[in-house]
Design a protein around this ligand. Sequence first.
Ligand SMILES: [Zn+2]
Length: 384
Amino acid sequence: MMRFLLPLFFLLLLEIQGLKAVQEASPPPSSAATAQKEMIPGGEMTVREYDPRSTLVVPGREYPRAKYPFIDFHSHHRPNRPPEEIDQVVRDMDRINMAVAVNLSGGSGERIKAHTANYVKRYPTRFVLFASPDFSGIDEPDWGKKAAAQLEQDVRNGAQGLKLFKNFGLEVKYKDGSRLKVDDPILDPIWEACARLRIPAILHTGEPSEFFQPIDKHNERWQELIEHPDRARPPDKYPRFEELMAERDRLFLKHKNTTFVAAHMGWHANDLARLGKMLDQTPNLYVELAAVIYDFGRQPLTGHDWMVRYQDRVLMGKDIFAASEYPTYFRVLESRDEYFPYYRKYHAFWRMYGLSLPDEVLKKIYYKNALKLLPKIDASRFPR
Ligand SMILES: [Zn+2]
């Protein structure tokens, strides 16, 4: 019996080994195979896949809470929201030391009233509201005057500032198809109303300059433009970046009695010499940090010196209210940590460094500068 079974056993063994060899020659597309591919020097993967862990060992820690209470000058909260959700927002604000949210999503008319009823009545000291003009009637000859009158009404209903969204300059058009330019004189009554009412006007003009550039391997925002193709601003559909910036700068210089805030550091945080020159030439201008902390995080030395020099002109801002994302802002502004991660790779595939700003500069950015622009906020709630 054994004499017969033994050869059969070896035959079976050979069979199994052969099968294994076939499997190795053409591996199925499994995660093991992907891992194998990544181990090959020169193996290909996309920028989106590459996610190396850092082996750098240096001191550093998390910054879950701002060192001082801060006023977020660039926040968005929809006016109609159930009270439980607003309670949750306030709990999140408390956790990160956010004293006041400046809600730029006020709109005009009934929306302003809804925000005041829902947010301000419930939390009188925690929410500030900005109004925005309604562009639907710009073809009417007295639109500017009407919009200015509406703004005065909105201020009576609780608005403490004016917000212009990015559609202004990029997308708002007259009926004949021509673009409403940022410095179009039909808006002059609105800027004059801001000066008269002593309220700031915050403008989001344009987009990051790379959104206006070809989407190729040299584009610093390639990943974002691949994931969000609608963010691209090709020249056949939109004005050029520099054209928008020129319109904006002319507007700021023309209305010297109006206090302007350039949102997102005017999209020049990647060129602080340019931004500094702009601030030097425009004493009625402030800037705020929303969505561009990654540009400071990659230039800790230049960024530190610039912040110290322009400490009276910078406001804290974040844009999207996500409590988990603020600690990166705190860490860039406050720490001297090195090479720590940013929270959204398609904004910045590079790592961050802390600016290690002095306390007095931090206080100005976090709340002192905002208190100058928003005098209705009770300053006694903040450290001196
Ligand atoms: Zn925003």
